[in-house]
Design a protein around this ligand. Structure first.
Ligand SMILES: [Zn+2]
Length: 267
């Protein structure tokens, strides 16, 4: 029974009725607030700071930000991307991450039942943190990946989530076996491993969300994406054959695209 394809693959049910506009607006605002948290969490994790308790400050002068400075999207637009105290520029990435998660949350609520949409928004937010920390400092933080894996495994026990706990565990094991074999081959040929421990944790965590077939597909898609970007960097003379690429970004990107691909295949 475990090996029946329906149990191994996870196809998310798409809804045909459009939710009321108020729900869509709420989803956008919620996503944008989440984006604000995601961006702050990524910065703080990389600098070993407290993610939850620490008040928001200007990174240049240290002044504590007022509540209206912290309003997602509006706060950045109002200050035109500058600290009101010292005038230091605030990265437009704050704005883009907030808009991105606002849009993603709205898309999830449009196409998926609210229970599944809520789970996906959390998954996308956690993977955006991983992508940003990996992009900034090639760091993947264990607590974020543990929460990601924990939520994925927890979902498999809930009636609305179309993946069994057994399939979730297989989803974790499949890509881990794959990169262990690749690392062994790498070790024999080049005397070093190709994937770091962060990649193991992250692949295991997303595997718990997706089941073995999709988590294996995710690994290959992420590897192809990494290879394409690696070749592009080499051709632009911004990298060479030995340049280490943050693989966590590609895993995160493919995971974030997964619900969208699911929508495109179903409708
Ligand atoms: Zn400042």
């Amino acid at each position: 029974m475990i090996f029946h394809p329906d149990v191994l693959t996870i196809v998310l049910p798409v809804q045909s009725t459009l939710p009321p506009m108020a729900v869509l607006a709420l989803a956008f605002v919620f996503g944008a607030c989440l984006g604000s948290f995601v961006q702050a969490a990524a910065l703080r994790l990389n600098q070993d700071e407290d993610v939850i308790k620490q008040p928001s400050r200007c990174r240049a002068c240290g002044v504590e930000l007022k509540w209206h400075d912290n309003l997602p999207i509006i706060g950045w637009l109002k200050s035109r991307g500058h600290c009101r105290e010292c005038g230091a520029s605030i990265s437009p990435r704050y704005l883009w991450v907030e808009v991105f998660l606002g849009v993603m949350a709205t898309i999830m609520v449009v196409y998926f039942p609210l229970s599944i949409a809520s789970a996906l928004i959390i998954g996308i937010a956690l993977m955006t943190i991983c992508a940003l920390t990996d992009l900034d400092a090639m760091l993947l933080h264990l607590p974020v990946m543990l929460v990601m894996g924990g939520v994925g495994f927890g979902l498999s026990f809930l009636p609305f989530w179309p993946l069994s706990p057994m399939a979730a565990i297989l989803g974790m094991i499949a890509p881990l076996m794959l990169i262990t074999v690749i690392n062994l081959i790498y070790m024999v040929i080049r005397g070093e491993t190709g994937f770091g421990s962060g990649d193991y944790w992250l692949l295991g965590a997303v595997g718990l969300w997706m089941g073995p077939i999709f988590s294996t597909a995710l690994f290959f898609l992420a590897a192809i994406l990494g290879a394409v970007i690696g070749i592009a960097l080499i051709s632009l003379k911004k990298g060479h054959g030995q340049t280490a690429l943050p693989f966590g970004i590609f895993i995160s990107l493919v995971f974030i695209c997964w619900p969208i691909l699911n929508i495109l295949v179903i409708i």
